[in-house]
Design a binder for this molecule. Structure first.
Ligand code: MF3
Ligand code: CO
Length: 248
């Protein structure tokens, strides 16, 4: 069952979503060669607390950090550490907070210093696949139209969609029904209605789609060592179409 949010509840969700978007903006400025992902994590946590919000991931199923930092071949749920970022890296940062009982969740992938053309293209295609998915999140469409929008766009550009992780409903819980795969045929699943709020999050690989989770129990990496990118927005379906809540 998908929990519908009233217009007033969607308004309340804009606050955590804006805090997440602003924090990612701060991190974007700081993510340069020579900084560690642990420093970025601490900065994200301070930003959340400064806005009286609570980091959503810390303690979630035992995850120990506020931020997920997935470097290069890491897909999602990479853990912050003392390793220093270097020119040529790409870094996915995923952040969520809860404020006034509602969650916001978003992610971006950033180039660190100068990166290859292939890496730049992977990030661009992944972000554009999210744009296509958001455009499909409108009343009258079906759930899998979102999934199909990502897959068709990504595969047309020669990259591959991660199957093992999905987007999700979001509201008073970080993860609500439904699950939103980033692949599938169009025209399947529930019809989209105003009041649905989704965290749409394509995870896209440069080479094969296969991923595995490392022994730390969290870090997902590509099996073939290829790069991976991740973009996420929290999006409300409204009668006027999709509204991105995690946009500045
Ligand atoms: N954006 C990711 C998700 O929605 C981040 C979750 S990290 C976790 O699943 F630690 F909270 F699991
Ligand atoms: Co999410």
């Amino acid at each position: 069952m998908i929990i519908l949010k009233s217009p007033d509840e969607i308004k309340r969700m804009k606050i955590p979503c804006r805090i997440v978007a602003e924090t990612l903006q701060v991190l974007r400025e700081k993510a340069k060669p020579g900084i560690s992902t642990l420093e970025l994590n601490d900065l994200a946590e301070r930003e959340a607390r400064r806005h009286k919000a609570i980091p959503a991931f810390k303690g979630y199923s035992g995850y120990p950090f506020a931020l997920c930092c997935s470097l290069n071949d890491q897909v999602v749920h990479g853990m912050p550490n003392n390793h220093l970022l270097a020119s040529g890296d790409i870094l996915s940062i995923d952040f969520g907070v809860v404020f006034d009982g509602f969650y916001g969740d978003a992610a971006i992938t950033l180039p660190i210093g100068n990166v290859t053309e292939k890496a730049t293209l992977l990030m661009k295609v992944t972000e554009e696949s999210l744009d296509a998915a958001v455009a499909a999140a409108k009343p009258g469409n079906r759930l899998s139209d979102i999934s199909y929008a990502v897959q068709s766009y990504v595969e047309a550009h020669g990259f591959s969609v991660v199957r093992d992780f999905v987007g999700h409903g979001i509201g008073k819980e970080l993860h609500e029904s439904p699950q939103i795969p980033n692949f599938g045929l169009p025209g399947k699943g529930v019809r989209l209605k105003p009041g649905m709020v989704f965290a749409i999050e394509p995870m896209i690989n440069e080479k094969g789609s296969e991923v595995k989770v490392l022994d730390d129990g969290w870090t997902a990496v590509t099996c073939d060592g290829g790069l991976s990118a991740h973009f996420e927005h929290t999006v409300a379906v409204t009668e006027h179409g999709p509204e991105i809540l995690t946009k500045l």
